[in-house]
Design a binder for this molecule. Structure first.
Ligand code: ZN
Length: 257
């Protein structure tokens, strides 16, 4: 019998979210007979490669395709979009300046929240996994999902596995994770179809909204795609409070770093 080769693997910070509690924050062992790639080793622990920013093998920056050898020490660090990692060390393309998202079919409510905050969030209730991967790659969108398997497609360069299950908490998570508190453009995008809203005249709005609404509001916007008319109703006021909290708590978090 041949003894397998062994490498030690250590995952840092939030990457431990993916591991069972008894395996977190420890040096783990990977056994193999044929040298696997760094990407295969990482994903064999259930961690999508899109969660990874930096890999060191024996202390040297490495890319995903490097083959792991007997006795190698592999250190795997999570994506730090907001921290300053030397560009040469990155294994992924540069962080997106104006993040755009593609959401899997279970995230309709999150899509509406992200659009309400002003972010470009592509979502269809019937996209296949292959379509989602293609849209994310071709349109340089960050793929958001609660399903790790989707992020393991090698084509996916930018993706994020959502920790939260509740849609409003997910929106908070996305804003915090991608440092978006300063990029919010609330109420500028249609929550139903992701298009940017255009202002319309009061005269035009008055023909299209109930008289009681027309009498109480001065500013109206319209979605060019579905022609829905938006105004600052009670829903808007409630959401304003949530957005104010979101901005404050995120900025407090940044100041503390
Ligand atoms: Zn619309």
């Amino acid at each position: 019998m041949i003894a397998p080769a062994r490498a030690s693997v250590r995952f840092y910070a939030e990457l431990n979210d993916h591991l069972a509690p008894d395996r977190r924050y420890r040096t783990l062992e990977k056994e193999f007979f044929v040298p696997p790639s760094v990407k295969d080793v990482i994903e064999s622990f259930g961690i999508p490669h899109t969660e990874v920013e930096l890999v060191l093998v024996n202390g040297e920056s490495s890319d995903f395709s490097r083959l792991v050898q007997n006795g190698d020490r592999v250190a795997v660090y999570p994506v730090f979009e907001s921290l300053d990692i030397t560009p040469e060390l990155r294994v992924r393309p540069e962080a997106l300046r104006e993040p755009r998202f593609a959401l899997d079919v279970h995230l309709g409510r999150l899509a509406a929240y992200l659009r309400m905050l002003g972010f470009d969030a592509e979502y269809r209730s019937n996209s296949s996994d292959a379509e989602l991967v293609r849209i994310s790659v071709e349109q340089e969108r960050i793929l958001l999902t609660r399903y790790r398997g989707l992020l393991k497609h090698s084509a996916v360069a930018r993706g994020y596995w959502l920790r939260q299950a509740d849609s409003r908490r997910q929106a908070t998570e996305v804003v915090s994770r991608f440092d978006l508190a300063r990029s919010l453009r609330p109420f500028t995008r249609c929550m139903a179809c992701n298009e940017r809203l255009h202002p319309i005249s009061n005269a035009e709005a008055h023909e299209r909204v109930p008289p009681a609404i027309a009498a109480r509001h001065e500013e109206f916007r319209e979605c060019p795609a579905c022609r829905r008319v938006y105004w600052e109703g009670s829903h808007y006021q409630r959401m304003r409070r949530w957005i104010a909290e979101l901005t404050l708590s995120n900025q407090a978090g940044q100041d503390a770093r």
